[in-house]
Design a protein around this ligand. Structure first.
Ligand SMILES: *Cc1c(COP(=O)(O)O)cnc(C)c1O
Length: 426
């Protein structure tokens, strides 16, 4: 082997995987087993005491899932990762390590609709309080910091309009406040943006979207950048204080720059339980092998469709950061030079009725609540994914009544444009 560091496409195919040592199987096997036999009593005790790494029970870890974890950690440039059952499970597990009841976290207002719901309603019953800030106004994050702030949460490419977030500016706010920056990198994938290179401390994904990429398997993942010092000021007792469940060990002291990933596994996943099925891990691993090819095609198609819509007389506006006229184009050039993603919105001159009408006339686009599928998808956010927000909040989060969201797939772009053309003409 040369001493060259492998490139992104090589890592997408190989990172974390080797031929199976017992059978020689080249594809990563699906280890469809709940539990693993111990060598002897000492081995069992050392696994349970965190003195040795190894497999115990699939809720805590599984060899198929471990390949997925190593691969995504490599693609994102993190020290370690933890795969879980869904993107939402990743968010719960991350915040459980950081927040005590009564604590706060600051979140960008432009987010996946499900995350807005989870943060506003579900987390309230845990005593975790979300404070909203505007990703287009960095000072609004600074103003939101209080002594109870424990984290800042943003999306790199943000729902629903595909706007680009200034990760470095917000990471400076987080560093000054002494709290970790969590970046949901689902819409970008590490092929377009690697948030850790721009100051993120933790990256989360819904693997359900571009990483899995085929609309067939739910999953989520947490990547530890290994950059944050959890011992400062006793703010993160899950990481810095002795853990009674593990004979009083301190996770940061014992595990150093991958202590956060360990905490997520042995305190979060073990006790909350949202384990990823090894079958889903296998499907997602297979998807990741073609991530660079798919993502480039997604972006190239999205740009062509956005240009077509921007020139159409029935269209009032297009929000796609890849268009030179877009207000996020400068940020797109800096953070996502290979392409501005494949999820964006546009609005029709005919308002709400025209938006809903268009959705029903499209034939090749599937009308459903998902993004990041090989297939092109369409939805009207105001009446679906963002329907829980009041009218002002809908507009603020980019999901006004006249807005239609597209997730552009990897079909031939001419067919996508022809479908939009017939639906707009009808
Ligand atoms: C889908 C999605 C989630 C939630 O992921 P699930 O896998 O559906 O739980 C979180 N963030 C973003 C940006 C998403 O698109």
């Amino acid at each position: 082997m040369s001493d060259r560091l492998p490139g992104f496409s090589t890592l997408a195919v190989h990172a974390g995987a080797q031929p199976d040592p017992t059978t020689g199987a080249r594809a990563t096997p699906i280890y469809q087993t709940t539990s693993f036999v111990f060598n002897d009593a000492d081995h069992a005790a050392s696994l349970f005491g965190l003195q040795a790494f190894g497999n115990i029970y699939t809720r805590i870890g599984n060899p198929t899932n471990a390949v997925l974890e190593e691969r995504v950690a490599a693609l994102e440039g993190g020290t370690a990762a933890l795969a879980v059952a869904s993107g939402h499970a990743a968010q719960v597990v991350v915040l459980q390590q950081l927040l005590q009841p009564g604590d706060e976290f600051i979140a960008a207002r432009k987010l996946y609709g499900g995350s807005i719901n989870q943060f506003t309603h579900a987390f309230k019953s845990f005593g975790w309080n979300v404070v909203w800030a505007d990703p287009d106004d960095i000072a609004s994050f600074e103003r939101a910091v209080t002594p109870r702030t424990k984290a800042i949460f943003i999306e790199s490419i943000a729902n629903p309009a595909g706007s680009i977030t200034d990760i470095e500016a917000i990471s400076s706010v987080a560093a000054k406040a002494g709290v970790p920056l969590i970046v949901d990198n689902t819409l970008a994938s590490p092929y377009l943006i690697r948030p850790i290179d721009h100051g993120a401390d933790i990256v989360v994904h819904s693997l359900t979207k571009f990483l899995g990429g085929h609309g067939n398997s739910l999953g989520g993942i947490i990547v530890d950048a290994g950059t944050f010092d959890w011992s400062t000021g006793g703010k993160y007792p899950m990481l810095s204080e002795p853990r009674p469940e593990y004979h009083g060990i301190r996770l940061q002291e014992t595990f150093g720059n991958f202590a956060f990933a360990i905490a997520c596994r042995v305190l979060g996943l073990r006790d909350l339980g949202p384990a990823l099925s090894p079958f889903n891990a296998f499907m997602i691993l297979t998807g990741i092998e073609t991530l660079p090819l798919r993502m480039q095609k997604h972006c190239d198609n999205a740009k062509a469709v956005a240009e077509f819509l921007a020139g159409h007389p029935a269209v009032a506006s297009v929000s796609y950061a890849g268009l030179p006229s877009d207000k996020y184009n400068q940020l797109a050039r800096k953070y996502a030079p290979k392409g501005a993603g494949a999820v964006f919105t546009f609005s029709l001159k005919g308002g709400y009725d025209a938006g809903v009408g268009l959705v029903s006339k499209l034939q090749l686009f599937s009308h459903l609540a998902n993004v990041g599928d090989t297939r092109s998808l369409v939805i009207h956010p105001a009446s679906t994914t963002h329907s829980q927000l009041d009218d002002a909040a809908k507009v603020k989060s980019g999901a006004g009544p006249d807005v239609v969201r597209l997730s552009i797939g990897i079909e031939d772009k001419e067919d996508l444009i022809a479908d939009l053309e017939q639906a707009l003409a009808a």
